[in-house]
Design a protein around this ligand. Structure first.
Ligand SMILES: C[S@@+](CC[C@H](N)C(=O)[O-])C[C@H]1O[C@@H](n2cnc3c(N)ncnc32)[C@H](O)[C@@H]1O
Length: 204
């Protein structure tokens, strides 16, 4: 059995529904932070059902999107087709995938929750993949979400802190590294989720 096949099978099972388990809309922080960027080459690591990749493609980005879930990418392809988005899909484990260094004007890592050492390596390569003048966006469930917020993994070891993410971004200039809030509606009740949001650029 391949490494952590169980994780992949678990995601395939979650995505094995007809409906999207996330939404067709981009994540609020991705939309906000990327809105002012001139379109270029974008890399979406752990794209899931492709909501952020499709939104970026709709704004003129040439998007490469990676995920290890066959079912996730199946739904992402469907979402892209519905929006007329042409995206380069890559079925791969981000712990093995080697993006082209300096190859992208935007690298996005959204809600990818891995063991700390795996995440550190993925973030290192994500930062390396940012071209001069390019941007890295990392967003994920914050460690404080465990006790103060809703949703997200229950294992504290895979949750984010802004300082932890910022420290892993070799060679980039951190523009912001914050805990941010997001409204989550369940039933008719509004809850607050706490995320880590880090935006960094490669000088040049
Ligand atoms: C919470 S979803 C987020 C999806 C997307 N980034 C978004 O914001 O909608 C996490 C995604 O990470 C993917 N994932 C988890 N571990 C991975 C790995 N080692 N390699 C590639 N994808 C992975 C899962 O398949 C899943 O699609």
């Amino acid at each position: 059995m391949a490494r952590d096949q169980g994780d992949r099978d678990g995601w395939d099972a979650r995505y094995g529904t007809a409906e999207l388990i996330w939404t067709a809309e981009p994540n609020v922080f991705v939309a906000r932070e990327a809105a002012d960027l001139p379109p270029g080459r974008a890399l979406d690591l752990a794209t899931g059902e492709g909501r952020n990749a499709v939104w970026l493609a709709g704004r003129g980005w040439r998007v490469t999107a990676v995920d290890f879930s066959v079912e996730g990418l199946r739904k992402a392809r469907r979402l892209a087709a519905e929006h007329g988005a042409d995206i380069d899909w890559i079925l791969a484990d981000v712990r093995d995938h080697r993006p082209r260094p300096r190859g992208y004007d935007l690298v996005l890592v959204a809600y990818l929750h891995l063991r700390a050492e795996d995440l550190r390596d993925v973030l290192y390569r994500a930062a390396e993949a940012v071209a001069p003048g390019g941007t890295l966006l990392v967003v994920g469930h914050d460690l404080t979400n465990l006790n103060e917020g809703v949703g997200g993994p229950r294992d504290p070891s895979v949750l984010y802190t802004a300082t932890g993410v910022a420290a892993a971004l070799n060679g980039l200039e951190v523009v912001r590294a914050d805990r941010v809030t997001r409204v989550v509606v369940r039933g008719e009740i509004e809850h607050t989720a706490f995320d880590t949001l880090v935006r960094a650029v490669r000088p040049g």
